[in-house]
Ligand binder design. Sequence first.
Ligand code: AMO
Length: 435
Amino acid sequence: MLEERISTSNIKSGSVVVAGWVREIRDFGKLKFIILADREGEVQITAKANEVESEILEIIDKLGKEDVIVVKGNVRENEKAPGGKEIVPEKIEILNTSERVLPLEIRSKAKAELSTRLDNRFLDLRKKEVLAIFKIRSQVANAIREFFHENGFIEIHTPKIVASATESGANVFPILYFEKEAFLAQSPQFYKQACVVGGFEKVFEIAPAFRAEKHHTIRHLTEYTSVDAEIGFIKSHEDVMKVVENLIKYIFEKVLERCKKELNMLNVELSVPKLPIKRITMREAYKLLEKEGYSVEYGDELNTEAEKLFGKIVKEKFGTDFVFLTEFPWKVRPFYTYRKENEPEWTKSFDLIYKGIEIVTGGQREHRYEILLSQCKEKGVTPEKIEFYLKMFKYGAPPHGGFGLGLDRLIMLMLNLSNVREATLFPRDPERLEP
Ligand code: AMO
């Protein structure tokens, strides 16, 4: 029967075969209903004593929620049935059974605790709202690939087992690698730069990144999906921001075009951001925050609270959810960052803030060997430990820059989810290694 199977979204008329999970059973003795669910939706199976073989009623008596069945039957109009159609079964086959007590209700209106949901993620994924999140995430990834390919970027795959930290030494995961010291990659930073120096000019990667983040927040994971890009022959970080904003616009346009049903299901109203996205320097941001009575030490980063307040100020003042925070202080940026020519305490770098949370970091990179070496020492990074990286700047490195975008955070904020874990299939945090 399975080879004739059609999706519940394709049910029109005549004889059909559908397969899926028994989501609900309603039993009125001589009249029994099954709500059968598959990826695309649900359909009602209606079995009346005088309309179906008695064997069918016996099978339905044995069924429980989340059993997997295949049903052959005839489609009939019924305005009371969900979707206006029902199937009168001729044959029901049980493909597999489920335990009778479920650790998680799939159709329940009451929201289970996130930890219970994640412990039973395979069941949680059967909820249509959860599926909608991952259908949208799939389309976002698709749009990202399309955008980069259309704009001349080459997709790369860089190693995730690495010999050194790239961002800061503090949040890197050490691993056992025979007799050597090794780590899980925090970012493809060095490798994406290596590809540009290697002559690829424009590259991108969508891959996991690992951070030993001990803190428990709604926006930190220990493994997240990073969308990285690196571009050669730029004039400044401005060229990089242009790519970021065009990418964001493209993603929003495609999601609006391709995910109407899913956005409706999640009650999400999206609008494509207007370009150019507002740029505000860190120095201006300190002043804006100061005016609201929140003072940040000159040269410091914005903490979570300040970032949130900054997002709010920008929304009220400029009516936008997106803002580029530019010219970060040298003090808080990694050694590879390019400093402003006449103001070396400030850098040619930026973050993109969306609804008060950072989703992108980027900037121009220092490509002049001697300066890079001295910046490396200034930041306390041992040059010998990153020799392979430093070496490539001796053989003709063009000016370049790039960015890293946290895919999980983008999805969380786009869909108004309350926690980044909801945007991630099987999230990893300090407590969670399974499922
Ligand atoms: P950064 O460390 O700021 O920059 O990371 C870039 C983006 O990655 C996301 N992100 C995270 N998402 C979830 N959980 C985490 N623990 C986490 N850490 C980071 C954020 C962040 O904006 N090499 C640079 C990028 C570059 O300059 O090209 C980097 O990794 O959305």
